[in-house]
Design a protein around this ligand. Structure first.
Ligand SMILES: O=c1ccn([C@@H]2O[C@H](COP(=O)(O)O)[C@@H](O)[C@H]2O)c(=O)[nH]1
Length: 257
């Protein structure tokens, strides 16, 4: 069963609410990173790359290491299919599970009902169910190219409002949208932010980015960080450096239970 987000301290440094993205096909590497980073991050994120290579059994093995897992499979299909997929992964007891908000109202409602019904039948806590708004690898021109000629922030606001109407717990957004979403939707709506880049890390394919300290200051609940940690020569040192940067900004000494 998934553990709650780590809140223990590392020396005098409270663990930052970082979910480290273990984007690899190699279960041994994922397990080694999970173990090495224990106590330096708040949890793990397993996504499509890991899942497609290792399936539910692979996710279960990483979950057994005892850290909370965000299962980032971004379901997007007709409501019946997404509900079935949500039920199928429920025994893995992810701490957070997600769908695409652009799958629409009926799909999100079906996903929420499936998550709660299945968790009740299994006697487990349902996952925090959140929805991806606009991928952090998208800028305005990318949205226009797929027929959504909107400012990314406007599209994020629209999809986040719909997500809340559907009874989900929060959204995946870029840290650039935190301020406006907090105004629109309040403090209790979960804001999970990838596209996090320390000043010293390569941007790669991410377009709507912010530094970890800025994102925490803006009010993120969780920071999803992959390559700046996992591709570093010393991933533990990179995670510590990020936690230090967060802690050294005024007002950034909080952790979330
Ligand atoms: O909008 C989104 C949604 C999900 N992601 C995922 O987060 C991590 C980010 O990894 P980095 O290496 O820090 O870029 C990755 O697993 C994505 O699938 C996202 O980036 N943006």
């Amino acid at each position: 069963m998934a553990a709650g987000l780590a809140t223990e301290s590392v020396g005098t440094q409270a663990v930052a609410p970082i979910l480290v993205a273990l984007d690899t096909t190699d279960p041994t590497q994922a397990g080694a990173l999970a173990n090495a980073l224990r106590g330096h991050v708040g949890g793990l994120k397993l996504g499509l790359e890991f899942f497609m290579a290792n399936g539910a059994a692979g996710v279960a093995r990483i979950s057994e290491l005892g850290q909370p897992v965000f299962l980032d499979l971004k379901f997007h299909d007709i409501p019946n299919t997404v509900a079935g997929a949500v039920r199928a992964v429920a025994p893995l007891c992810p701490f957070i599970l997600n769908v695409h908000a652009s799958g629409g109202r009926a799909m999100m409602v079906a996903a929420r009902e499936a998550a709660h019904d299945r968790a009740a039948k299994l006697g487990v806590t349902p996952p925090k169910l959140i929805a991806v708004t606009v991928l952090t690898s998208f800028a305005g021109n990318d949205l226009a190219e797929v027929g959504q000629p909107a400012d990314p922030q406007d599209q994020v606001r629209r999809l986040a409002a719909l997500t809340r109407e559907c009874g989900l717990d929060g959204v995946v957004c870029s840290a650039k949208e935190i301020a406006v979403l907090r105004q629109d939707l309040g403090a209790d709506f979960l804001l999970v932010t990838p596209g996090i880049r320390p000043a010293w890390a390569a941007t790669g394919d991410q377009k709507r980015i912010m530094t970890p300290a800025e994102a925490m200051e803006a009010g993120a609940d969780y920071l999803v960080i992959g390559r700046p940690i996992t591709s570093a020569g010393d991933p533990v040192a990179a995670a510590k450096r990020i936690a230090d940067e967060i802690a050294s900004r005024p007002g950034n000494n909080r952790t979330r239970a």
